[in-house]
Design a protein around this ligand. Structure first.
Ligand SMILES: [Zn+2]
Length: 184
């Protein structure tokens, strides 16, 4: 059985504000009992926050099995990150709608030069082959969601997050968010 992740990614938070926003949202999630305050080894990565007593309010279809899993926490990610979904279907131009890349997995690497440039601190802008518009990585229409930014909340093995919960987190961030997901 693999591990499934969902991320609430904030592509609008700047590098400077990501740490503060991460701490604010985490404090709110702890206060609401959605995650526990202490950091433990409940995520794949550098430690995270296990489900709190009210974790069920964040999801659409609570499954008590979550609590029995070793990997069941929230990882708070700050720093320049490519928030990816595992199964890319297509990447389309927001101006002309033409599809620059269509799956299967691996074909996103057509975007690799732009992603590498963004990761190194550049703009990551890629020009549309069809209409000639210069389009930033976050402006391309990634299906399913990808996001390029400095802040993300990664939930491991939680049932699907409730859209109203995602909207609440977005509201607290003051930014539009994306929700990449995938199974390892
Ligand atoms: Zn175009």
């Amino acid at each position: 059985m693999g591990d499934w992740f969902q991320v609430i990614a904030d592509p609008e938070a700047t590098a400077d504000e990501a740490g503060r926003l991460a701490a604010e949202v985490l404090a709110w999630l702890v206060e609401r009992g959605i995650v526990r305050p202490e950091r433990t080894t409940c995520v794949l990565g550098e430690g995270g926050h296990a489900p709190g007593p009210n974790w069920r309010v964040a999801v659409t279809d609570p499954d008590a099995g979550l609590l029995g899993l070793g990997t069941n926490g929230l990882g708070v990610i700050t720093g320049r990150t490519v928030f990816y979904s595992m199964d890319l279907d297509s990447v389309a131009c927001p101006y002309c709608g033409s599809v620059a890349v269509r799956g299967p997995v691996g074909s996103e690497w057509d975007f690799l030069p732009s992603i590498e440039s963004w990761y190194a601190g550049g703009s990551g802008i890629r020009t549309c082959d069809q209409c000639g518009q210069a389009v930033g990585l976050n402006d391309w229409r990634w299906t399913p969601d990808w996001a390029f930014g400095h802040l993300g909340f990664q939930f491991w093995n939680w049932p699907p997050l409730d859209p109203s919960f995602v909207a609440e987190v977005s509201h607290r961030l003051g930014h539009r968010t994306r929700t990449p997901s995938g199974k390892l």
